[in-house]
Design a protein around this ligand. Structure first.
Ligand code: MG
Length: 203
């Protein structure tokens, strides 16, 4: 399986990073080895001094597809989850400055804690999902899928032009405003509609 991540998909987040508003979905990949499942801990790597959290709504792909038209894209995911796109911000700033790819700062071991998934039919409207992130019990990021720049269907259609989507692939759909640093001992908790979906300790 592969993990596809969308960058700059919430306006307020684009502003906070001083990035340019994207004309099309920007995406990058994380390998399977970046996954953290079952609330296992994240181990702070020694190659960075500025590891950041980015809470994001996830889609799980349920059938194989390529060149998927936007109007059919809805049938390619049945489940929604939440995850953290853990980012080595210091390395990312260096990559951006030098015009280098992002794997070093985004795709390292354990950079993708992922929750269990909920059937999307359980949501009244998948474009009105509230989600938030707590660090040590304090809310640091809050989002609503109504604020997405590119819809889930647009993302699926766009990415599938370039690579085949397979069953079990996970899409990170972008982070809202409020990114910030993690430190040793932090307790990460991610919520969908007030229900805790994910817990992860920084060790
Ligand atoms: Mg992200």
């Amino acid at each position: 399986m592969k993990i596809i991540c969308i960058g700059y998909n919430y306006k307020e987040h684009v502003k906070e990073t001083k990035a340019v508003m994207p004309a099309e979905p920007l995406f990058f990949l994380k390998p399977e080895t970046s996954l953290i499942l079952n609330n296992r801990p994240f181990f702070y790597p020694d190659f960075s001094n500025n590891i950041h959290y980015e809470v994001e709504i996830l889609l799980r792909i349920c059938k194989v597809g390529k060149n998927i038209q936007e109007k059919f894209a809805n049938s390619y995911f049945k489940e929604i989850g939440i995850g953290i796109d853990i980012t080595a911000r210091d390395l990312q700033e260096e990559c951006i400055k030098k015009g280098l790819p992002w794997e070093k700062c985004k795709s390292f071991e354990g950079s993708a804690p992922v929750s269990d998934f909920i059937k999307k039919d359980e949501f009244k409207n998948i474009y009105d999902i509230n989600f938030h992130l707590n660090i040590n019990g304090k809310t640091v990021q809050k989002g609503n899928t109504n604020d997405l720049i590119f819809s889930f269907e647009k993302i699926i259609s766009h990415v599938s032009k370039f690579m085949t989507l397979k069953i079990g692939d996970i899409i990170f759909t972008g982070t809202p405003f409020g990114i910030g640093p993690l430190k040793l001992g932090d307790k990460i908790e991610a919520f969908i509609e007030g229900n805790k979906m994910l817990g992860c300790m920084v060790k």
